[in-house]
Design a binder for this molecule. Structure first.
Ligand code: 4NP
Length: 158
């Protein structure tokens, strides 16, 4: 079964829509990856397109973020996805608080594949957006490679 992945940041207008667009691009190479989406912890940007600064930076990497719209994480997400990936440790803590006990989804930090939190670029300069995109390209690829690796014991013959 393919793994369904939801990327989550605070506002769903900078980091997680970028992760979504990168994942949608890379997914073609990884049949183990299923549905991809993104959402925010907060509700300030529900229905909004991504931040214009992230739209501009992403277009430099050949990504079109303009069709994406902000939405807030919902309780049902925890049953509709296998992995809910928080961009930073605060997002992960909030997601763990929201997760129903018997939910399908596991909450995991993006730092598992990027080595550190994906920094919030919202209040910084334009270079922050490029840095986030570079981290996410490498991190999402590493995640998808891990999801595609045979599970322990699988494929072994006696
Ligand atoms: P994001 O960045 O979590 O990467 O989408 C932010 C966007 C908006 C806000 C905070 C972070 N905000 O406070 O509105």
């Amino acid at each position: 079964m393919a793994t369904d992945v939801l990327f989550v940041c605070l506002g769903n207008i900078c980091r997680s829509p970028a992760a979504e667009a990168i994942a949608l691009r890379l997914k073609e190479e990884f049949p183990a990856v299923g549905r991809i989406d993104s959402a925010g912890i907060g509700n300030w940007h529900v229905g909004d397109p991504p931040d214009p600064r992230m739209i501009r930076a992403a277009s430099g990497f050949g990504l079109d973020l303009t069709p994406l719209r902000g939405r807030q994480v919902e309780r049902s997400d925890f049953d509709e996805f296998d992995l809910i990936v928080g961009m930073d440790s605060e997002n992960v803590a909030d997601l763990k608080d929201l997760r129903p006990v018997h939910a399908r989804a596991q909450v995991v930090p993006m730092s598992r594949w990027t080595g550190r939190d994906v920094p919030d670029p919202y209040t910084g300069g334009p270079e922050g957006f490029d840095r986030v995109l570079a981290m996410l390209f490498a991190g999402v690829r590493a995640m998808f490679e891990e999801l595609s690796a045979p599970a322990e014991g699988e494929g072994k013959r006696r």
